[in-house]
Design a protein around this ligand. Structure first.
Ligand SMILES: [Zn+2]
Ligand SMILES: [Zn+2]
Length: 436
């Protein structure tokens, strides 16, 4: 522990250090006093959003509800940004501009949490009706985002500058952040000097985690159409079986991970969908496969793409089949946190949360399009908060089990401690750069 961090932990903050200009424990107590008043409203907001989730670029009611909350606080709100996004601005004297982002969207899946306010929503997904659920915790983020705005407005005598609160559509399909940047939000509303976003995960509630540099993974999606020659299932010699090509590919492509990539470097290839054939006695003439490719380093990303293409072409050549159509679509780029901002905010987290402030050792394998705001030039910190009570985690560990992760139909972070910690951490992060 550094001397400054030790001082921070005891609350004796060095006013000479810009990193510790904020008395974090005192500020946290003020945020908690505000939360005592505001939490019931935030809980009601979380439950309403959870029960009525909306898919990417369809988040109309969600965005309207958040716009109403922000207007009530005195923010100037612009709706319909990048279809369903919103930008809420609050001026409070001269000073830097700080971006705080929440996502608005939910996932095309059925919720199985058993919560009394579980979603029963159905929406259109790729032309078909699909159940919809907030199984990534974006409902928690929205409540924490509104709670942070409430706390900052209540504490406006303690900071000066401009808040730019962004409600981003379509994080899950990774098109929303890019669309907002492409619509020119930073030329219309000003370029933020700093940016923050948070994500709830499966760690203990009360915990805040962060790291400098790479924090999430590059994510690319993979589509391969294997081509063959259809025919009767009893006469394979008259056909070229694309299901055999697909099966070989699925097994062999993992050797790109185990034999070609540096074992110490992160890389994942997952095939999540295979679609081929209609009956057991028909060899189809084509087979489709969809997957996701994850990496942290650009060189690994190139190696995986190259290995996938070689393997796909090789299995087709082995079968005497036409070359397959391989489509790799770049998705979210890795979130690279700003080192100076991570250090500065991390010192504040340590001062406020003590042992519950944890430096994250390795980047996450998950992906996030918050990176688009960073690529557009906003130095940022994307950090994590825990979602399960420590007792729940302990009990699961004793049973030799792990609790449901994000994107599981059972993912159910405990709202109150998660939202409270989200509000505390995000408000402290903003005060760290705007505080007097
Ligand atoms: Zn997600
Ligand atoms: Zn998410």
């Amino acid at each position: 522990m550094t001397r400054l961090a030790a001082l921070a932990l005891t609350g004796l903050l060095a006013s000479t250090s810009p990193a510790l200009a904020l008395n974090a424990p005192v500020a946290r107590a003020a945020i908690d006093a505000q939360l005592t008043k505001s939490y019931p409203g935030l809980d009601a907001l979380y439950r309403q959003i959870h029960a009525h989730p909306e898919l990417a670029f369809q988040e109309k009611a969600t965005a309207a509800r958040l716009a109403k909350e922000m207007r009530a606080l005195g923010f100037e709100v612009t709706e319909g940004v990048a279809t369903t996004g919103l930008v809420a601005i609050y001026h409070n004297g001269p000073g830097p501009t700080v971006l705080v982002r929440t996502e608005l969207d939910a996932l095309p899946m059925e919720e199985k949490t058993g919560l009394p306010w579980a979603s029963k929503a159905i929406q259109d997904w790729n032309g078909k009706p699909s159940p919809v659920a907030h199984s990534c915790g974006h409902d928690i983020h929205m409540a924490a985002w509104v709670g942070t705005a409430q706390a900052l407005v209540a504490m406006k005598d303690r900071w000066h500058g401009t808040l730019m609160f962004i409600g981003q559509p379509a994080e899950e399909s990774t098109g929303g952040a890019k669309a907002m940047v492409a619509e020119g939000i930073f030329s219309k509303f000003g370029k933020p000097d700093y940016g923050f976003a948070l994500h709830v995960g499966g760690g203990p509630t009360g915990e805040v985690t962060w790291r400098a540099g790479a924090t999430t993974s590059n994510s690319d999606s993979l589509d391969i159409l294997f081509k063959g020659k259809g025919g009767h299932g009893s006469m394979p010699a008259t056909t070229i079986d694309p299901i055999m090509e697909e099966a070989r590919f699925i097994v062999d492509v993992q050797s790109v991970i185990s034999r070609e990539k540096d074992p110490a470097a992160f890389g994942v290839i997952t095939i999540g969908a295979i679609q081929a054939g209609s009956a057991g006695n028909i060899i189809p003439d084509r087979a489709l496969l969809r997957g996701t490719i994850r990496s942290h380093e650009a060189s690994v990303r190139v190696k995986l793409h190259d290995g996938i293409k070689r393997t796909a072409n090789a299995v087709a050549a082995m079968a005497g089949a036409p070359a397959p159509e391989v489509t790799i679509t770049p998705g979210g780029q890795a979130v690279i946190n700003d080192t100076a901002l991570a250090d500065r905010t991390g010192a504040i987290f340590r001062a406020a949360f003590g042992q519950n402030a944890q430096l994250q050792l390795a980047p996450s394998s998950a992906s996030e399009d918050y990176s688009e705001f960073i690529i557009a030039g906003v130095p940022s910190l994307f950090f994590g908060i825990g979602g399960y009570e420590p007792a729940q985690l302990k009990a699961a560990a004793a049973r030799g089990e792990t609790l449901a992760s994000n994107h599981s139909p059972q993912f159910a972070p405990v709202a109150e401690p998660a939202i409270r910690t989200g509000v505390e951490a995000m408000t402290l992060a903003v005060l760290g750069v705007l505080g007097r």
